[in-house]
Design a protein around this ligand. Structure first.
Ligand SMILES: [Zn+2]
Length: 330
């Protein structure tokens, strides 16, 4: 006899209708669905409760590198909230910018290798610390270098935000939207295209940002695309940043992907990534299939790629720079 709850919640998930499950059959239906779903996500993530403030972006340092200049910046994203970020400014800009988003285990320094590859290909790369990560951890979690690599304040921030009906991913996406405002206005990028890319927690941010901000004309999401029942609800010891109030009654991962159609979307999945859940890739393919039905409404665009590679929860950059060059560069 067991007296636990989780399996019953998983069953409840199965019999709970999702208000914004994707079902559009025309481009017009897709547009209307996207608008309504976006509004709902804006509410349940708490983005609607984020507060505007002048960005006051300022440079705090710079360093010359091979083919680009690495600058340190900071900006305000809400009253009293400062976000540090790197800008990698290419010597030969291709007119596009990519927000390069880190996952767990550190901050913006985790993405530097990939950001450098992009900057050397002409992209302006912007690498922020996510809320609660890197230099943005809460003060009680800061101190030594070891802690910087290891820790984040996601659980603490999520619990603090919940009482406002907010979520960490909502706060993170808001910050990225404000960063996009600043980046879009830089001379190398003005009038050009924006994209975003990340793996794991960075893949989560890239997916959500692209779903909610149409300025993202290309998105790369690695290690984060799987059905929520198996990978988030049943694996409930995942980081708190994965959870959004009312999400199980709203939509699943494939629907988030469908919101990005017909803009360019690269989904990368490690074959043996344990985060795919107990059914493995099946739990990934089911969601990609939902996203595909949205892209099928735009057969002339051909913008969705699903890259499945051998390996577990590891970043695979194969083909991504080329994809971003094709979709974003002048
Ligand atoms: Zn987290």
């Amino acid at each position: 006899m067991y007296y636990d709850t989780l399996e019953a919640l998983a069953e409840k998930y199965d019999r709970t209708p999702k208000q914004f499950a994707f079902a559009a059959r025309s481009r017009e239906e897709h547009r209307l669905w996207r608008e309504a779903a976006g509004k709902r996500l804006w509410e349940i993530t708490g983005i609607a409760d984020c507060e505007r403030t002048p960005a006051g972006a300022q440079k705090t340092g710079e360093e010359q590198k091979d083919g680009y200049r690495k600058e340190s910046w900071q900006m305000a994203t809400e009253p009293g909230i400062l976000m540090p970020f790197y800008l990698l400014r290419p010597e030969r800009p291709n007119g596009a910018a990519v927000l390069v988003l880190h996952g767990h285990g550190g901050g913006k320094e985790l993405t530097e290798a990939f950001a450098e590859e992009l900057a050397q290909a002409g992209f302006l790369a912007a690498c922020p610390d996510e809320r609660g990560s890197g230099e943005r951890r809460e003060r009680f979690e800061q101190g030594d270098e070891e802690a910087l690599r290891r820790g984040n304040s996601h659980r603490e921030l999520m619990q603090a935000a919940l009482g406002f009906g907010q979520s960490l991913i909502g706060l993170a996406v808001w910050d990225l939207m404000r960063l996009a405002d600043v980046v879009a206005d830089l001379p190398e990028v003005r009038g050009g295209k924006l994209g975003c890319a990340g793996f794991s927690g960075g893949g989560q941010q890239a997916l959500w940002l692209a779903a909610l901000d149409e300025r993202m004309e290309a998105a790369v999401t690695g290690g984060y695309f799987y059905g929520m029942r198996d990978s988030l609800l049943r694996m409930s010891n995942n980081c708190a940043c994965n959870y959004v109030p009312m999400m199980w009654k709203t939509m699943d991962m494939g629907d988030l992907g469908a919101m990005i159609a017909p803009r360019a979307l690269w989904i990368a999945s490690g074959e043996s990534d344990p985060l795919n859940g107990q059914r493995g890739l099946e739990n990934v393919y089911e969601q990609v299939a939902v996203t595909k039905t949205a892209y099928a409404l735009y057969p002339d665009k051909g913008q969705l790629v699903h890259h499945v590679y051998p390996g577990g929860h590891v970043w695979c950059g194969d083909g991504i720079k080329e994809f971003l060059l094709e979709k974003l560069a002048r």
